[in-house]
Write a protein that binds this ligand. Structure first.
Ligand code: 8YV
Length: 324
């Protein structure tokens, strides 16, 4: 008998067919109101759950799904998993590494360039009819090429950002990571620095560390105070890795020059948020991996992870904390 699963995302046809070939699939009905109570009702008898970063896997949700064996998230980040609760129940969690690295790296480069060269701000400037000519130095930005890039959290995405930065923009790249990576230092010609040194030296600081209890609020007032006044801070990890109030203060007080942000404490960003008034901030609505090709690959990988982990028929990308 095929295992019963619940899918709470809309999926491409080929991914749907693949899942239906191996599983009995439940999913939201068109126009059905999606809330916790209904979700928990769907999960009552399922062995597999296909989800994404938007849905928190809580103790309560797990309690409502006593037969659950595998949760497959269509995201590389899995801070929405309650790891201890899943471990206690023997529920496997899988995620989608590798397939989104280049796409996220492209967006990070976009945020660096847009912030340094004020692309979105100056786009607004033209649209608002402010371009009269003879602007003098008013529209000048900061160079990206040959500047210093510091990456905090040197995983796979950090590696591809490094390649773009070094070989595309002749940047000098340094990194800080929990564990040092000597082979990568050799291969890419990058330097390991303490977090403090990296913050003090870098023109562009890119935060890429996953959100864990250890990295929550990793960058706060003290860290911003170490950055150059001309520094640009980029966050493409999770909103909660940064103390957002401290970031707002650092921007308002010109402790740093600007920020490029794809992630926020609260998503969607609430109306009247102080970041909305800052021209030196470029924001995107958590779209790091959001291209059609990459999201399709993530969907198929998440589907394979779910089927493989449920049926034991192949490799599944189990999140490291639950893999042992
Ligand atoms: C996902 C993300 O791309 O992959 C991640 O960790 O940051 C998310 O944006 C999104 O949940 C799509 O499923």
């Amino acid at each position: 008998m095929k295992p019963l699963i619940f899918v709470d995302r809309r999926l491409p046809e080929d991914v749907k067919s693949y899942l239906e070939e191996h599983c009995s699939v439940l999913s939201w009905k068109p126009d059905e109101k999606r809330d916790e109570t209904r979700l928990q009702a769907y999960l009552t008898d399922v062995e597999g759950y296909f989800t994404s970063g938007a849905m928190k896997v809580t103790e309560e949700l797990l309690t409502s799904a006593p037969k659950l064996k595998v949760i497959s998230t269509m995201s590389v980040g899995y801070n929405h998993f309650d790891i201890p609760a899943m471990r206690a129940r023997g529920v496997i969690g899988t995620h989608t590494p590798y397939v989104l690295d280049d796409t996220v790296a492209d967006l990070i480069v976009g945020l660096i360039l847009s912030t340094a060269r004020r692309i979105t701000e100056l786009d607004r400037f033209i649209r608002q009819g402010q371009w009269k000519g003879n602007e003098g130095r008013k529209l000048f930005g900061l160079d990206v090429h040959h500047r210093k890039l510091g990456i905090i959290g040197m995983g796979r995405i950090g590696e591809v950002v490094t390649k773009r930065a070094k070989f595309g923009f002749d940047m000098e790249v340094s990194y800080y990571n929990r564990s040092r990576k000597p082979a990568l230092e050799q291969e890419l010609g990058i330097e390991y620095k303490s977090m403090e040194q990296l913050l003090r030296d870098s023109d562009f600081i890119v935060l890429l560390t996953p959100l864990t209890p250890e990295t929550k609020g990793l960058i706060g007032a003290e860290q911003f105070s170490m950055m150059k006044q001309s520094a640009i801070f980029i966050n493409a990890s999770r909103g909660a890795t940064v103390d957002e109030q401290a970031l707002i203060h650092a921007l308002q007080s010109h402790t740093i020059a600007g920020a490029g942000l794809d992630v926020f404490m609260q998503e969607p960003l609430p109306a009247q948020h102080p970041l909305l008034d800052m021209d030196q901030v470029v924001m995107t609505p958590h779209i790091g991996s959001a291209t059609e090709a990459t999201r399709d690959q993530m969907a198929m990988l998440a589907a394979r992870n779910l089927v493989h982990a449920l049926l034991g028929t192949g490799e599944a990308h189990i999140v490291p904390e639950l893999a042992q």
